[in-house]
Design a protein around this ligand. Structure first.
Ligand code: IVH
Length: 671
């Protein structure tokens, strides 16, 4: 083996690991993104040329291509305990009294930490390398989610040798809290809303939902993070919790900086009060403070009862709720015609902002909670920007109040409403309803779709009212109206020219974004991508039958029916023609070369490959003129099955598609 090359690879990896640490753990990068990308590209290139030198702890190997069928269970070496809760100053004094009673009046120091609202995770390292990451489960046995946790950039895959040596550790367990920042949470929900997927109620649910996804590539995209708060090593003698936090930091783990060593319970209470006020200034959610006895020998003497230790407690914050008056219930109409109730409230200050509206979700929920105009209601703010009405204070209800009724007609255009079977929502049947028209244009121009910067809600409202826009297709003829538009108050020449330039630029958006932008019910960004991977031109999609569309992996009947219905509508076909003429992309770019040994052949990769990453394999297929598809159909020529191949392999066998292994694939490539 070429020793020089191996040394070069390892030192490049160490350099990248150090920059990852500075960026993801310390938030203090010392090189530019550009320089960082160059280092990673360099490593990727050497690894691609020498696939036998790829190791799982390489920074390039965070996201594998394995898709698991289920998680294995994992038994913790020592149980993961939970904490007993306290809710007031008195209960904190009680806790302190109990601790001191058992310790016979000894002096006690406490460490106070933020209680991160996420899910706890155990990270097991052997020889300084991450070998297992497992959820808490019932405390004794959790689930092995290593592949997913590996994608979290603030979790080190390997601890630098000099650090291990310095502290005399190699095998150890670290525990911490996995969480999703408010920013990532809002971004995720925004995407889900556009895709008409169910929204996550708060960052904690989205973090735990994400960690249970079977596809690590999806996990990698969602921006999970970790704060660690526990270390147990094979050889390391530590005497206090404070020391273990210090050690975690020195080993390169992310520790929340807002902890304090308190000399008395009064200081603990002060810390709790401070953070109850400051909690909204944090970019992630906390639901309380954790109080831990600092000395390990004292912790040992205090021991545990049932599932929680006597040496620690949680102080839980009061929920972010407020009581206010609900003046009226209004009904909003979305782009698909869906009509949702909204509570117009007496403005009230809650957790950092003034609230005057709250969502009531749908009519069923309104009925279930019996929410009426004039009621006194409890509102709550989760990680969401949109607050919700939790319940009615019945004792405050007016005698004359009447149950809320759904509107008998569309509140915007007056058209009839209907309620599809099996759905809780009412819909406006008028496709031309101004609210729907605006909603569709907003969706079309949105960042996740055609990404026309400058064309936001307010401007769309204005253009619809001034009759410049009747549908999203009109966006592309705005340039013919330039002279009129620059005369509109508040707009002016420069902003119109910027807008027209952004509109021109949007024509470069790939086919899958265009398909998503059309606003077909149930066709979210992900579904659009899968569909265009299979049907690479709009004409193919227009000709496809319901069954053919459903044969695409993960595309079900509601999506296929919705697509058939959408393209069965003359008006939509007219819009499509205008967009085509305007020059939007209705074909997936011809990525494959027109010659090469795989010309005209379709490959599907499944399972883990050992010599190549999935991306490299795909690139090689395309370079040889072939197509790399994500789903198996009768048209597939080869399925390349790596280790742990799952449902795609089953499907290939069922359809009689030729299956080859990685070695055979490489032979084919090099033949
Ligand atoms: S210590 C016995 N520290 O809160 C020690 N837990 O109800 C237990 N949590 O399961 C864990 N932030 O998921 C600890 N700084 C922190 C924490 C924390 C959040 C969670 C953790 C635990 C739960 C306890």
């Amino acid at each position: 083996m070429n020793e020089r090359l191996q040394n070069e690879i390892e030192s490049l990896r160490n350099e990248i690991r150090e920059h990852d640490y500075r960026y993801y753990v310390l938030s203090d990068p010392i090189i530019s993104d550009y320089e960082y990308d160059r280092l990673v590209k360099k490593l990727e290139k050497i690894e691609a040329e020498n696939p036998n030198l790829i190791t799982p702890d390489s920074p390039t190997q965070r996201v594998g291509s394995d898709i698991a069928k289920e998680f294995n269970s994992y038994t913790h070496s020592t149980p993961m305990l939970s904490l007993s809760n306290t809710y007031s100053e008195e209960e904190l004094f009680d806790f302190d009294r109990r601790v001191k009673e058992i310790l016979k009046g000894e002096n006690v120091e406490y460490v106070t930490e933020l209680k991160i609202d996420g899910l706890s995770m155990s990270l097991v390292y052997k020889e300084g390398k991450l070998v297992t990451a497992a959820t808490r489960g019932d405390g004794t046995t959790g689930e092995d989610v290593t592949l997913n946790v590996r994608t979290i950039k603030s979790v080190p895959l390997k601890i630098a040798d000099d650090k291990l040596k310095k502290h005399g550790v190699s095998g150890f367990e670290v525990r911490g809290e996995i969480f999703m920042s408010l920013e990532s949470f809002r971004k995720l929900n925004e995407e889900r809303e556009l895709a008409e997927e169910k929204l996550f109620a708060n960052p904690r649910n989205s973090a735990s939902g994400t960690i249970k996804l079977l596809d690590p590539r999806m996990v990698a995209k969602r921006g999970l993070d970790i704060f660690t708060y526990y270390f147990a090593g094979d050889s390391k003698e530590l005497t206090t919790h404070d020391e273990s936090l210090q050690l975690l930091k020195e080993l390169g783990f992310k520790v929340n900086p807002n902890y304090r060593l308190c000399k008395s319970i009064d200081e603990v209470i002060k810390f709790c009060d401070e953070w109850e006020i400051k909690r909204d200034s944090l970019p992630y959610e906390i639901d309380g403070i954790v109080i831990k006895v600092n000395s390990f020998s004292q912790q040992k003497r205090l021991g545990s009862i049932a599932k929680s230790p006597r040496w620690a407690a949680a102080y839980k914050f009061k929920p972010k709720q407020a009581v206010t008056k609900l003046h009226t219930i209004t009904w909003q109409v979305g782009r698909t015609g869906i009509v949702t109730p909204v509570a117009e409230l007496e403005p009230v200050f809650l957790a950092g902002s003034t609230i005057s509206r709250a969502t009531l979700h749908n009519y069923d929920e309104l009925q279930r909670k019996d929410i009426r105009e004039g009621d006194k209601v409890v509102i709550e703010k989760g990680g969401d920007v949109i607050p919700k009405v939790v319940e009615v204070i019945m004792s405050g209800r007016d005698k004359g109040s009447v149950p809320a009724v759904p509107p008998s007609a569309c509140p915007v255009c007056g058209a009839q409403l209907f309620k599809p079977e099996g759905e809780v929502a009412f819909y406006c049947i008028n496709n031309e309803c101004p609210a729907q028209v605006k909603g569709r244009i907003i969706h079309f121009a949105h960042r996740g779709a055609m990404d026309i910067s400058g064309l936001g809600e307010a401007l769309i409202d204005l253009f619809v009212e001034l009759n410049y826009l009747h549908s999203y297709a009109d966006i592309y003829s705005l340039k013919e109206k330039r002279e009129e538009l620059i005369k509109i108050d508040r707009l002016g020449e420069k902003s119109i020219d910027n807008l027209l330039a952004a509109i021109e630029k949007s024509k470069e958006k790939p086919f899958d974004k265009v398909l998503f932008a059309l606003g077909i019910k149930y066709v979210g960004a992900g579904a659009a991508k899968k569909i265009t991977d299979e049907f690479n031109t709009i004409d193919k999609l227009l000709k496809a039958t319901k069954e053919e569309i459903e044969s695409v992996y993960e595309i079900g009947p509601s999506i296929s029916e919705s697509i058939i219905k959408f393209f069965g509508n003359e008006k939509n076909l007219e819009l499509l023609n205008i967009l085509k003429k305007a020059g939007l992309r209705f074909e997936k770019e011809a990525v494959s070369s027109s010659s090469g040994k795989f010309k005209g052949k379709t490959f599907v990769l499944t399972g883990t490959l050992s010599k190549l990453t999935r991306q490299e394999a795909e690139e090689k297929i395309i370079a040889e003129g072939g197509k790399a598809s994500s789903s198996v159909s009768k048209k597939t020529d080869f399925v390349v099955a790596g280790e742990n191949a799952g449902s795609k392999l089953d499907k290939a066998l069922k359809l009689g598609v030729k299956v080859i292994n990685e070695i055979e694939f490489l032979e084919l490539l090099n033949s």
